[in-house]
Design a protein around this ligand. Structure first.
Ligand code: 6GU
Length: 227
């Protein structure tokens, strides 16, 4: 999978996408992430990519011209399955969206800053708008890093048995069960006996019951919507 990202602050995305599982996914060639600095397509030598908004009001708006030139140039090499705009008024990102995106070949992500991007870009280029939750970030970059991480780890071959996505919270609309590691007794705190029983059927059953109980208690909403 290839993900191109248009941003005015590539530095915000570099580190989160260069460590741990994202690093391995990229090194293995399973995930290609390219950061494109929008300033490259600025309208003047001052690097301008934003301007005052029509109708007045506080905050700058990212202009059409640099964005169109950036998108059109990238589209010369790539036919995108989705052009995503990261925005707090987009659809809320969840595991289902991550699963769907992980099946795409080429995705372009546009990170907004300031008051956002000119509406005409959203009307004429953007195919999907994503928010990561009901709060406002200073820009779309951290949200884009969240999306790339959640999607990247689902690509076949990225995770191994130790990190398998199949047992994650949300993958089946249930929260994950509790986990334990050595020692069996720490300060008198015991590992649940069933996990030491050596009976995989019993262990599976216990984990499922714990997942269900956890979900009922903490996130009953998950049991209502179908993934
Ligand atoms: Cl995608 N962008 C911004 N700026 N704020 C957000 C967001 C995105 N998702 C939640 N808050």
């Amino acid at each position: 999978m290839k993900i191109d990202i248009i941003t005015v602050v590539p530095e915000l995305l570099e580190s989160p996408l260069s460590h741990s599982i994202m690093k391995r996914a990229r090194e293995k060639g399973l995930l290609e992430v390219n950061l494109h600095n929008l300033r490259k397509w600025a309208i003047n030598k001052y690097g301008q990519v934003d301007d005052y908004q029509y109708g007045g009001g506080a905050g700058m708006v990212m202009m059409c011209e640099p964005l169109v030139n950036a998108i059109e140039e990238l589209q010369k090499d790539t036919s995108y399955d989705e052009i995503i705009y990261m925005t707090p008024d987009g659809g809320t990102f969840n595991q289902r969206t991550a699963n769907n995106l992980s099946l795409k070949e080429n995705v372009l992500i546009i990170c907004g800053h300031y008051k956002g991007i000119d509406q005409r870009i959203r009307d004429h280029y953007v195919t999907m708008e994503i928010s990561i939750g009901d709060y406002v970030l200073s820009g779309g970059e951290l949200a884009a890093a969240v999306v790339v991480d959640a999607v990247g780890r689902l690509l076949p071959g990225v995770l191994n048995d130790e990190t398998s996505a199949l047992t994650d919270s949300f993958q089946d609309n249930l929260l994950a069960p509790p986990v334990y590691t050595r020692p069996e007794n720490f300060n008198g705190w015991e590992v649940p006996a069933v996990l030491l029983s050596g009976d995989p059927k019993k262990v599976d059953q216990w984990r499922y019951e714990q997942s269900l109980a956890n979900t009922r208690l903490r996130r009953p909403d998950l049991l209502k919507d179908d993934l």
